[in-house]
Design a protein around this ligand. Structure first.
Ligand code: FMN
Length: 328
């Protein structure tokens, strides 16, 4: 069993790193200990975003997404990935220890294995979506995906959706006034100009999507701080949104929310939806608290999804597995 696990670990990590992360910073690293067979997932403080993500909540969401992909890839191989969160009290960056269990001792989870093709197929899509309505059964499935991971997904009412779009406008004003925030976004975007960081990380300009004529849809304009020349386009009249949250707000909740985020995205991808995410207003504490629906039981919002039907989106780069995996 140990040898089989050791052989499979690079493929499991390759699936894990396909997860989304804020600004595609890929804030994770993995250590596989061959004596115990444990695969540990660490947050990487060198890839933190001190301005946009000072508490590292977004980092935990991304790492939770990577953990979810790891669970999917393990299930696809017929294993159950048993995760122990924060296994070492002295090391807060050691987020999860994963142990793979034999399929004959723990029956593997078909619901997870079925999501495996969506791991590679999922991409953040910042293009205009059509006005075609998503069937309510699909929203029900997405809400169930969140619940399975211990989080909650809510479809905002019209007034709440309008409020969310207003909050995005407010966040853009905050951003425009913050040299530090703009510098951080520039540091994590890639336009092909000289002096930019490594090409295997950050958001490439081909993923920015067109600029909106009139901002009605919550899509982050990664090109704005650089003032890049881009085509403009008309986006859908009423974006179809969903809000992910948890009742409490500690690092274990953030990991749970990250797994729920990825489960929602993979189910949506499997069901033929295009997806994008929006954390802009959640990066400012005074705006984040206004993003929740006061009538809902959702205590803390972690992500706003935009869902619909759109043209295909291209994959963004990832660092090679050898750069993020250490075998000891
Ligand atoms: C915590 C978190 C916050 C994010 N916030 C935004 C956002 O505000 N706007 C946006 O367009 N994308 C956002 N994203 C998506 C990332 O930019 C995207 O995952 C990353 O660039 C990698 O691209 P991919 O999702 O196509 O693999 C966020 C992702 C995560 C995990």
């Amino acid at each position: 069993m140990r040898d089989r696990v050791t052989e499979a670990v690079p493929a499991l990590v390759a699936a894990a790193v396909a997860a989304p992360s804020m600004h595609n910073a890929q804030p994770w690293r993995f250590v596989h200990r061959t004596d115990t067979g444990v695969l540990s997932l660490y947050g990487d403080p060198d890839r933190a975003l001190p301005v946009g993500d000072p508490e590292h909540r977004g980092m935990h969401l991304g790492c939770g997404g990577a953990l979810f992909n790891l669970r999917v890839a393990a299930a696809q191989q017929g294993w159950d990935a048993v995760a122990e969160v924060f296994p070492d009290r002295r090391d807060p960056w050691r987020l999860v220890d994963v142990t793979l269990e034999e399929p004959d001792t723990v029956p593997f989870d078909r619901g997870l294995a079925d999501l495996f093709p969506a791991v590679e197929a999922r991409h953040t899509n910042r293009s205009p979506f059509s006005d075609e309505q998503i069937p309510p059964e699909i929203f029900d499935e997405l809400c169930a995906a969140a619940l399975l991971e211990g989080a909650r997904l809510a479809v905002p009412s019209d007034w709440h959706a309008d409020d969310l779009v207003d909050l995005v406008h407010d966040a853009e004003l905050h951003e425009a006034a913050s040299d530090l925030m703009r510098a951080e976004i520039i540091a994590w975007t890639r336009t092909g100009r000289a002096g930019e960081g490594p090409a295997a990380e950050g958001v490439p300009s081909y993923a920015f999507g067109p600029r909106q004529h009139d901002v009605k849809v919550p899509v982050r304009d990664f090109g704005l701080p650089r003032d890049t020349q881009r085509a403009t386009a008309t986006f859908e009249e009423r974006p179809q949104l969903a809000v992910l949250g948890t009742e409490t707000d500690d690092p274990a909740d953030w990991l749970r929310a990250g797994q729920a985020m990825e489960r929602i995205l993979l189910v949506a991808t499997r069901d033929g939806l295009a997806t994008s995410m929006m954390s802009q207003p959640l990066e400012w504490p005074e705006l984040r608290s206004m993003a929740r629906d006061p009538a809902s039981r959702m205590g803390f919002v972690h992500m706003v999804f935009r869902l619909g039907y759109g043209p295909p989106a291209a994959p963004t780069p990832r660092r090679p597995v050898a750069d993020v995996l250490t075998v000891v």
